[in-house]
Unconditional design. Sequence first.
Length: 630
Amino acid sequence: MSFVNKLNNANGVITMEKPSNKLTGLLFRNLLPKDIIPFYVILALLGKNIILVGFIINKDHYSSSLKSAVKMILTTYHFRAVYYLGFTLLVTWLLFLFKNRTRFYVSIFVNFLFSALFLIDLWYVRGFNTLPTLHTLQAGGNMSDSLSGFFALVSWKDLIFIIDIPVLIALGVIKRNYYRNIPRNIVFSMGMLILSLTSIYCIAPAVNSISAKPIPMNWVFYRFDATNTIDNISPLGYEVYSSVLYFSEKRNIKLNTAERNRIAKWYQDKKENLPDNEYKGMFKGKNLLVIQVESLEKFVINQKINGQEITPELNKLVKNSMFFTNIHEQVGGGNSSDADLMTNASVYPIQLGTTFFSNPFTHYNSFPKMLKKNGYFTTAIHPDNGAFWNWMPALKSMGFNKCYDSSYYKTTERINMGISDGTYFDQIEPIIVKEKQPFYTFLVTLSSHTPFELADKYRELKLSEELDKSKLGGYLQCIHYTDKQLGRLLDKLQKDGILDNTVVAIYGDHEGIHKYFPKDIGMLSEQESWWKDNGKRIPLIIYNKNLKGKEINVNGGQVDTMPTLAYLMGIDESSYISTAMGRNLLKTNKDFAVLRNSTVVGNVDEKDKAHAVEGLEISDKIIRGDYFKK
């Protein structure tokens, strides 16, 4: 408290006078903010946090299960409410450091900034089933080719995140004189900061520790399951947490001896030590053509709609194929590029960001390298520009002799994201024919990409008007179109004599309609049970004209593709058993797959489940630590 010196002229002595009650009242009035807009912003962001969680909880992400979100936050684990409040205060405490109209402008800006972030989060969740991070923004340039698919993820219900902002701006115009004499509130602001940090670092963990079923803190902040972490600490909390990781972690890490031993032990524990069977080296010396089909899901194979086969060409191939019916999607933030990675390196993608962007030059004991040692010429063919998802530098570093991108083709026709499969196949068929044999050719398609739109001249399936105009109908038409173009390509290769000595493996890079537009399916008045749920499954078809068709129901994932193909192609198991994270699905007694969010599907005991989940963390260290570099 300050004092006023006063000279008493009457007697020549100096006396001290206490401050007036008026000064004391002024101090306390300045300590406690009297304007309501910053407080509204705090409550609004807290509420929007909860609304976004409601959207995430809802399976289709197009409406908010607000009641379920509130129940999950307030009653499931009480510490969650503390985190939600703590992280909201952490991003708003600065508001009270501004004065006068600047505080109003900053409050509006902060509300708009984080509301826009919530919208981006929501749209990303609809597209990728997880929240974006600063790691993801490294790949932001790749979104330019998929804007049409992006706009399809927008709903009028999303206005709930920004509808209040115009009202606040109007209020600021009407009450423009209100913010003329608003002082800074430094003490109050510092108190908010202290409260937020105390909530995050002390109160929430304490509440968790005394609960009936406390969660280990490494599961509260669990980088390998974004959805779980979002539930625990809020979407704002997850953005703060992932941003801290982005700036604090190095893309590349140095593995110490203990970490290297842990990785080696993981591989050792994975081994089953089973005897060889009739599949070993079945296709040794043959050409291998691997076709990664955009958004191809399991539920369309061998299925009819109104009596019409959706994939007649693939159905024909199945009759002379090993057809794996329980292969599960395992891609992460890199989506299709992650499928490239798992097929050719048999490692899981990194858990934050995209592997091909963050670590494009990591060393792997890759499939093309193994085949090259056995005399194969290896080629990767993409319909995209080589910089798209950074696929060309990454695949070249894996050992492909040659990579072809969109600069090699004339894009005379576009469907969805780029060159049409028909135009594309017509131009790459001569490339395949001229390749030195034996060859391994890795081929990626594009036309069945979201938003699943197709010109009328290619919409050959006869569907009801409602179904044909829906996203599901568009997806079925696009898959039918791609299936037809695949048939044309293989027919040409057959006439050229290539297929006589070639094995063809076909699989989907990830789910399609069930990944991007699950809501659309449930809204149709007509319903078929077979299209309601795909179970995260993609087909894996391994075709050779001399094979007798066989359906294989073992549960596996995309990471299992490489060791399975390597076994068939006669690659010595000893050369990849300690580097491939996947299993040879033709020589295994295990029946499971671990998904991106650490869920394990199939038939698995607790020991194998724990080992499978640990593999996600192990793979992250392998990639970022460049474990296989010699």
